[in-house]
Each structure stands twice: as C-alpha cells, then as structure tokens.
Design a protein around this ligand. Sequence first.
Ligand code: MN
Length: 284
Amino acid sequence: MKLCRFGQNRVGLVTGGEVCDVTAALAALPPVSYPFPPGDLLIANLEILKPALLQEARRGERHSIEDVTLLSPVANPNKIIAAPINYQSHIDHDVKGKDIAYGHEVTSITRAGLFLKANSSLVGPGQGVRIAFEGRRNDHELELAVIIGRTGKDIGERQALSYVAGYAIGLDMTVRGPEDRSFRKSADSYSVLGPYLVTADEIADPDDLDMELSVNGETRQTTNTRELVLGVARLISWASSVYTLYPGDVFYTGTPAGVGQVDPGDRIDARIEQIGSMRVMVRA
Ligand code: MN
C-alpha cells in the first residue's frame, strides 16, 4: 500500500499515477484525548485502518498524482532521527573536504552517534525547500527514510524490521558550517519526506535498494542501500537502545557520496527503487 497526504490535509492511496482520496476512512481512528499518545495516530493505527482505507479506495475521488500537492506522509512524528556519515563513499569523497567538515571531527558513525532534526522541519515534496541560510552552502542529502510503525525500546536487530511501518524517500537538507547538526539541518523544510509511504510488506529488503538524485537534470548521487555502514535493522536497534521509538518516528538513514549545493530555482529529482520518485523545487 502506498499512503500519501496531499492538498489540505487529505489522505490518499496511490495506485499507478493516481491518488484516491480516502480521508473518510480516518473516521475509524480511535478517539483520543489530552494528553495525546506520543507519535502519529494514523501510522499507529495503520493496520486497524487498512480495511476502511481499502473500502474508501473504491469510491474516493481520484486525482492524477501530478495534480496534487504532496505533503509529508507522516503528519505528527514524535521525533526525526538521523544517521550521520553512514556511507563510506560519503566519508571518502565528501566530508573530508574543508567546505563540508568545517572542523567537525569525522570519525565513524559508531563514534559520532545519531542526531535529531526538529519535527517542524518536515515537509512533503510538493511544498518544496525554502533556503534558510542565504549566501551559504545549502546541500541536498538523499537518504532512505524509514517510518516506525509501533512503540519499541531495546529492540533486537533480528526483530527490528518488524517495527517498520514503511519507507519513503528522504532529503536531509543541510547548511554547511560550524554549527551543531541539529541547528544546520532543522530549518523549516529541511526534512523532505515523500512522495508517499510505501508499506513495509512491499519492500523485500531495505538494505538492497538503488537510489539516485539529480539537480536540474544532472546526476549528483547514486548508490545502493547495501552500501550503508550500519544497515536499517542495526540503526533501529541502536536508536531504540537510547530512545523509545514511537509510531510515526522518521529515521533518515544517511547519505552517500555526491552531496552538493542547491540554490533557489533548482529542481531536485530523487528516486529510490521500489518506492518511487519525487520532484522537489528549491525556493528563496
Ligand atoms: Mn544526512
């Protein structure tokens, strides 16, 4: 199942090039009251909601996916976790450069640890990226994004993938400079997630997916997720030893070689095998 959010907070199922509006199925969500449970209510109840979603898909209004504004498929994450320096190619070709490292120690992910991005930075591809640090080097980072489906703590590596609701394409937008990662990567629109969430049952092996990104038609990043230093299961297990994971948590798994600058007016096209592709415009 491919689940998207679009337009004015509509929920859609994607088949082929079409989005079917299944927002009416949200009536089947359990009622909640203050204090709200941590995480995303829709992602937390995806399995329960599935019959209602499929039911609505038979009668919901249909749109061409080209005609809708795609929002982040996750509306209310409890947190956005991200993995730094998780492809050797990125370490070898990118981060040792002075323009990227800025004196930050480049070691290994196991020494660097994970980091968090502000939830308010999350947008969908249709909303685009707004450059927040004008006149500085603002980079694209193409990443496989993992969306957590259920609450977990101290998750073993062998069980880790059973905690995944689905996958999406992530752009971990970044300004280069001396500041802390959480500052440089958390401006509004600096976490792009899209084009939709592909449920985990459709992805046989998240550690074997081709992906690529181009800017204005010029290829910048290509890799396969088998090149991840720490694979998806290991990342989830490690993160859960520190943070309780909640449904709707988004995990940016790291970027390969080829990160580069984008400026207002640029067009980013990103694709991950078995997920799909998305276009993201950069604006001032
Ligand atoms: Mn990154």
